[in-house]
Design a protein around this ligand. Structure first.
Ligand code: G4P
Length: 288
């Protein structure tokens, strides 16, 4: 399966972001902690090159806690301001305020020297689809959330949210990039639901997912679906082995079609759902 998805509305969204970048002091990049590198958009990297940057490792509750620490260390070594958050529960979200002040310290100081006081930091919240941008903004803004539509240079349809007197956020649509040089990146994005599921073949996606999970967390798969597999996890499973396991999952979960034939499509959807919702345990499918 070719992992690729770049619908027209994303081109438009990029244009909108390019037009607005001059108004922005800070880029808040939301990534998925389960695949912290693959869920970073290189186009966003370019766009925000000269801006302060915060990286939010969102969905940290679904990712492997040991790996979360590793990735935090990685981003720290890269000189980025990074934070683990769970936007769904709100854990870690409050700490973003302090990080914003830290990341924008130079700008705030510059303003102060010029006699500009109380100009809020303007931040653009960016990320690929489904990483949790909206959930983060809602959690961060809480009840104080208010749209501030009439900014200079900002036409209707953009969403400025005034968080408090120190911070305004520009919400942006999730965007991918035109071509994945590395198909494994596209594959991981499909795992976390950042690509349109309707253009995916569930059985193939599930087999790729089985191969990755078995490589990093073999016991999780074996336990949840009572699999009999004894393959060496140090080697990636072959496509045939993965297909065999999908069939075992179908049997274990009683997904049968006509004539008691294992329904691989249903088993695939079930497995993908189990992974996405954390029912297979906390997993990170990318190592630094
Ligand atoms: P987006 O704007 O970047 O496209 O993402 P959005 O906020 O719509 O979030 C996508 C899905 O991810 C939502 O689930 C949301 O609840 C979930 N989510 C966001 N942040 C976190 C997090 O930190 N941890 C966990 N576990 N989930 C998170 P959904 O299935 O679409 O909706 P719902 O069933 O949660 O209502």
């Amino acid at each position: 399966m070719n992992y690729q998805w770049y619908p027209g509305h994303m081109t438009k969204a990029v244009r909108m972001m390019q037009e607005n970048i001059k108004l922005i002091d800070l880029v808040v990049e939301v990534v998925d902690a389960r695949i912290p590198l693959s869920s970073r958009n290189p186009d966003i990297d370019d766009l925000g090159r000269n801006k302060s940057r915060i990286v939010l490792l969102n969905k940290s509750d679904l990712a492997d806690p040991i790996q979360n620490k590793q990735w935090m260390q990685y981003f720290g070594e890269q000189g980025a301001y990074a934070l683990e958050v769970n936007s769904k529960s709100g854990a870690g979200v409050k700490a973003v305020n302090g990080l914003v002040q830290e990341a924008c310290r130079e700008k705030i100081e510059r303003d102060r020297k010029r006699g500009i006081v109380n100009r809020p930091v303007r931040a653009m919240v960016v990320g690929i689809p489904n990483v949790g941008k909206s959930t983060f903004i809602n959690s961060f803004a809480g009840k104080a959330c208010a749209k501030t539509g009439n900014k200079p240079g900002v036409t209707k349809g953009k969403q400025w949210i005034r968080l408090n007197k120190n911070l305004e956020l520009l919400d942006t649509p999730g965007i991918l990039w035109p071509k994945f040089e590395d198909q494994d990146v596209g594959m991981r994005l499909a795992f976390i639901g950042s690509m349109n599921d309707e253009i995916m073949i569930p059985e193939e996606l599930a087999c790729d997912l089985i191969r990755e999970i078995y490589f990093y967390y073999p016991e999780a798969l074996k336990q949840r679906y009572a699999l009999s597999v004894e393959a060496d996890p140090a080697q990636k499973l072959t496509a045939e082995q993965a297909a065999g396991l999908l069939e075992e999952i179908a049997v274990n979960r009683k997904c049968f079609g006509k004539g008691e034939i294992p329904d691989l499509g249903r088993a695939a959807t079930l497995l993908i759902d189990d992974f996405r919702s954390g029912r297979l345990g906390r997993m990170t499918l990318e190592r630094r």
